[in-house]
Design a protein around this ligand. Structure first.
Ligand SMILES: [Zn+2]
Length: 486
């Protein structure tokens, strides 16, 4: 490496170097003295940082790259540099530029040469975001194979897939050909923005989520929020089914999804569903529920007092086989209704869903918990991406074609790798536990990056876990003595 050329020679040399040193780097090169080795938490063969990043690099190299042989930087290097920026939680492309000569970053993120910020934008702007999509099922398949998904099984072998849209960029000045636009009626001011339809695996008892590749919402999807979500879902859901033909999924979605065409799409794709319904949108359905109350034994009631607060009373009512609405009497659904009363007897929460799952007295409470886990896409995904170091709403560079979408996908990919480590990698879990928060963990990793030479992320984690920084060789040019590092 070290030659700034993207000729075939460089690529072959890069591969040879990477392949030859991979195993050595993340398995053999250990800082640990023998006494600690026995007790140190392990990494997972395919489900830890180093093998996952290697797998992403391999995918990046499969994307056709017209720059190969031109003496220019490689597209794969630009992709890995973008991924590294989000993985390291750098707040901007400019901040990431300080790492251009950082051999640690290049080694750990499998980047041969880091393009300048301008060149990174130029390389990634024309990249069709779809090309990045296979990187997500790659990780998910490893999770499946390594039994990392087992803890996410919700009901009869099914997983919960929460699907919802989010906006991650808006500006009145910056725009690109992929931008959506809205006009303020009173002032005529135009706002440019980007949205994606996201899909994440959730579980009521798990804090982690497992994101799938997000689907960009495009201009042709329509002018109102519901149309946008429904139309983007027509691309997102078939792709998920194509990538995971036998994955058993219960799709949980908000009120925009409880309509006949969407339910038919879910049925065609062999997804089960738990969808929010509101009385104002489904008058006919709620009338049918009222009528069912008059029929003996048609509606089943389950009630209990909340274990954590016995003064809180909870009720579930459910009824099977109702028409979704007047115009689609053939779409039959089961209706699930939850009410929570406070100590004063006032209604605190009231929610309803339609589903194709069979509801029983035994599973009704669990199904309500599953349906309510839908909010994890908001709290554990979008909020995390905005607040826990990922800077989801920052503008890393907008480009003229796809750059904004490409960056959004790389950020979600970095989040997926972090979540996978959190679910599956005992060494990562131990470091996280020791440092107490992810924010401190990212800070600690970044500070070590600047001062010491690392061969692999595994080595870095071990060094952080056992405070071994003083044993390491200083990074050339570093003015900080090893003892100064916390
Ligand atoms: Zn744009």
């Amino acid at each position: 490496m070290g030659v700034l050329k993207s000729s075939r020679g460089t690529r072959v040399r890069y591969r040879r170097v990477v392949t030859a040193t991979l195993r050595q780097e993340w398995e053999s090169v250990r800082m640990l003295p023998p006494s600690l080795r026995a007790q140190c938490p392990n990494t997972r063969k395919h489900l830890s940082f180093d093998p996952l990043v290697h797998q992403i690099r391999q995918r990046a190299e499969q994307i056709p790259d017209s720059h190969v042989g031109s003496g220019d930087y490689l597209l794969a290097d630009a992709i890995m540099a973008g991924f590294a920026m989000f993985s390291l939680k750098d707040p901007s492309l400019l901040a990431f530029q300080d790492r251009r000569k950082d051999e640690n970053m290049k080694r750990l993120y499998r980047v041969a040469e880091v393009p300048s910020d301008t060149r990174t934008r130029e390389l990634l702007d024309p990249l069709d975001p779809d090309r990045l999509r296979p990187m997500f099922p790659d990780v998910l398949r490893q999770l499946q194979r390594g039994k990392g998904l087992e803890a996410f099984v919700f009901h009869e072998g099914y997983y919960l897939l929460s699907v919802d849209a989010t906006e991650y960029f808006s500006s009145q000045k910056i725009s690109c050909s992929s931008c959506l636009r809205r006009t303020t009626k009173s002032t005529g001011a135009v706002t440019f923005f980007h949205q994606v339809l996201a899909a994440v695996l959730v579980h009521p008892d798990r804090k982690e989520v497992i994101p799938f590749a997000p689907e960009p919402i495009i201009k042709q999807d329509g002018d109102n929020k519901n149309d946008c979500e429904r139309n983007a879902a027509k691309r997102l859901l078939p792709r998920i089914r194509e990538d995971h033909p036998s994955l058993k999924l219960i799709v949980i979605e908000d009120g925009w999804a409880s309509n006949a065409p969407h339910i038919r799409l879910l049925q065609e794709l062999d997804f089960r569903f738990l969808l929010v319904v509101h009385p104002e949108d489904h008058e006919h359905l709620f009338e049918a529920v009222s009528k069912a109350h008059d029929e003996d034994g048609r509606v089943t009631l389950v009630c209990w007092n909340d274990e954590r607060d016995p003064e809180v009373r909870c009720e579930i009512r459910f009824v099977h086989d109702l028409p979704l609405n007047k115009s689609n009497p053939d779409v039959r659904v089961n209706f699930l209704h939850y009410v929570e009363y406070g100590p004063d007897g006032e209604i605190r929460r009231i929610m309803s869903w339609v589903t194709d799952l069979i509801i029983t007295k035994e599973n009704a409470r669990w199904l309500v918990r599953g349906a309510r886990a839908r909010w994890k896409i908001e709290n554990e995904t979008f909020n995390t991406l905005q607040n826990q170091g990922y800077h989801f709403e920052h503008n890393y560079g907008h480009g003229e074609q796809h750059l904004s979408v490409v960056f959004a996908m790389l950020m979600v990919l970095a989040f997926l790798v972090d979540q996978t480590q959190q679910i599956c990698c005992p060494l990562f879990q131990a470091v996280h536990k020791k440092l107490g928060s992810k924010r401190v963990l990212w800070e600690r990793l970044r500070s070590h990056f600047y001062h010491f030479v690392f061969r692999s992320m595994r080595q870095l984690y071990e060094v952080v876990l056992y405070d071994l920084a003083k044993e390491l060789p200083l990074f050339p040019g570093s003015l900080v003595s090893p003892q100064c590092v916390p």
